[in-house]
Design a protein around this ligand. Structure first.
Ligand SMILES: [Zn+2]
Length: 506
């Protein structure tokens, strides 16, 4: 006696051999910031008309059925009145988004005999379909094309909306499509592949704000340069209107430009971020993100039902600026600690985990007190002792412990207006030199020692200010950056003394 399940299996196998027509198309999906190739298999068999998508699709993929059906009908292809099964493989990888529409539609055309199935081999097909058959842009085209290029897929069809980012992958032959009919015509060779124009890697670095605009504020500018040289986190504290935001905006302009690899990593992130659908171009400019203080945890570190990268990831290789940091919710600030330490964000959603890169430099700006004028020469502070204490408590905590440089800014004294300010480009040159030097130290090609008398000063400071091990480590790292900026082969007392001044007693 054969068990029932076995009987039904052998029957299904038999039927498959007799009736199934299978077409196979390359699609792709994104997990975290990486693209993955997906086989879209379309089976048409006799039976009650139906249309099913299997293989761990999310809601957007399942809704593909309605769009594909309407798009095919409205493009004049008709829709097979048979039993239709679309399998997305491998089955254990979660598929998200509407990027499979075009691949499914072309797979159906091949499986139903309208299109030669051989034309689909070696072509990655991406695009969302509108009901009228036009092809819409999708998120994540860059990482998906990169995955295809790595797997040796020679060609791809990409929506016209994603033309700019498709041009960034030059090892793959890309056809730009606007409509389901274009895609079919291109595959059949009836219309030529419209290739995207390759773009040059932007050699000019546009600067958002230039340090030449910032008059005076020598201490704060010096701290900004040290922060840039050592990629240290920085806190700017001072009354409203003293120029904290302007100074923070100058930071990306004094950092060395992105390398090609870094620029591609940044472009991949912006390719998957649905909130940033502006045409993607490869830029050497480092990202600068300035989320509002009402931001949520998901907004800052990423998340949501369909996970999206947060601000800390959008600032990867660049700067994350939190203005009025005292206004952010404490819970929101606390979750930033781990990503800043690890340089990445790990999220678990529906039983699978994703990782986003988050190697960014943090700049915080804060008023010294609720009214904003504590310690300022501009106005008297009107806060009570209680208000001051509770404000300080809000500011201190695990995040502030990770700030290497803290600097006080006041309204500009009149005599500082007359000094000419150095442009960002000049500062950037010094910072670039320091980066090279610090890299050599980190890679062990260079050694930088601390002078014995500097060591003694540090020991005194530990005693006097009751510094924690972490605080000492941070002071030493800042002193090292200062020594490197000065071109010194040794951390001297003056470097250490300057590092000690960038600690406000909070
Ligand atoms: Zn006050």
């Amino acid at each position: 006696m054969v068990p029932r399940s076995h009987r039904s299996l052998s029957w299904k196998r038999k039927r498959m051999v007799t009736f199934f027509v299978i077409a196979k198309v390359h699609g792709a999906t994104v997990l975290g910031v990486e693209g993955f190739l997906i086989d879209v298999e379309v089976d048409i068999s006799r039976g009650l008309p139906g249309f099913e998508i299997v293989g761990l699709p999310d809601v957007a993929v399942r809704e593909s059925r309605q769009r594909v059906r309407a798009a095919m009908k409205n493009s004049g292809f008709g829709f097979p009145m048979q039993r239709l099964t679309v399998n997305l493989a491998p089955a254990d990888l979660r598929k998200s988004g509407p990027a499979f529409d075009l691949a499914i539609a072309l797979g159906i055309l091949a499986a139903s005999g309208t299109l030669n199935p051989d034309l689909l081999s070696g072509v990655l097909i991406l695009g969302e379909l509108s009901l009228d058959g036009s092809v819409r842009g999708v998120a994540g085209v860059l990482p998906m094309l990169m995955a295809a290029a790595e797997a040796g897929v020679p060609r791809a069809l990409v929506p016209a909306d994603n033309e700019e980012e498709a041009a960034l992958v030059d090892t793959i032959e890309v056809g730009i499509v606007k409509h389901l009919l274009d895609a079919a015509a291109m595959l059949e060779g009836r219309s030529p592949l419209v290739r995207p124009r390759p773009r040059d890697f932007d050699l000019e670095i546009e600067v958002d704000r230039d340090l030449a605009e910032v008059r005076g504020q020598f201490t704060a500018k010096r701290a900004l340069e040290i922060a840039a040289a050592g990629r240290h986190n920085l806190l700017l504290m001072g009354p409203p209107g003293c120029g904290k935001t302007l100074l923070a905006r100058c930071l990306p302009g004094i950092l060395p430009p992105l390398s090609f690899t870094e620029a591609m990593e940044v472009a991949k992130i912006y390719s998957i971020a649905k909130g940033c659908r502006a045409p993607l171009r490869l830029s050497r400019r480092r990202p600068f993100r300035s989320p509002h203080h009402s931001s949520t945890v998901a907004g800052l570190i990423g998340g949501g039902a369909n996970p999206e990268p947060g601000e800390v990831t959008l600032a990867h290789h660049g700067v994350l600026f939190l203005d009025e940091v005292g206004e952010f919710r404490r819970t929101v600030l606390d979750v930033l600690r781990q990503p800043l330490e690890d340089g990445r964000v790990s999220l678990v959603r529906h039983g699978y985990s994703i990782t986003y890169p988050a190697r960014c430099q943090l700049v915080l700006a804060a008023n010294p007190c609720p009214c904003g004028f504590f310690g300022s020469s501009a106005k008297d502070c009107l806060c009570t002792g209680g208000e001051l204490a509770s404000y300080r408590r809000r500011l201190s905590g695990p995040l502030l412990d990770r700030i290497d440089l803290q600097v006080w800014m006041d309204r500009l004294p009149a005599h500082e207006y007359d000094f000419p300010a150095e442009p960002s480009a000049a500062v950037r040159e010094r910072v670039a030199k320091a980066w090279e030097h610090l890299r050599a130290i980190e890679e062990g090609q260079l050694v930088i020692e601390i002078a014995p008398d500097a060591q003694a000063v540090l020991a005194q400071a530990v005693e006097k200010f009751k510094l924690s091990v972490r605080a000492v480590d941070r002071i030493q790292r800042v002193a090292r950056t200062i020594a490197v900026l000065a071109g010194s082969g040794r951390i001297e007392t003056r470097h250490l003394a300057e590092a000690l001044t960038y600690r406000l007693s909070l």
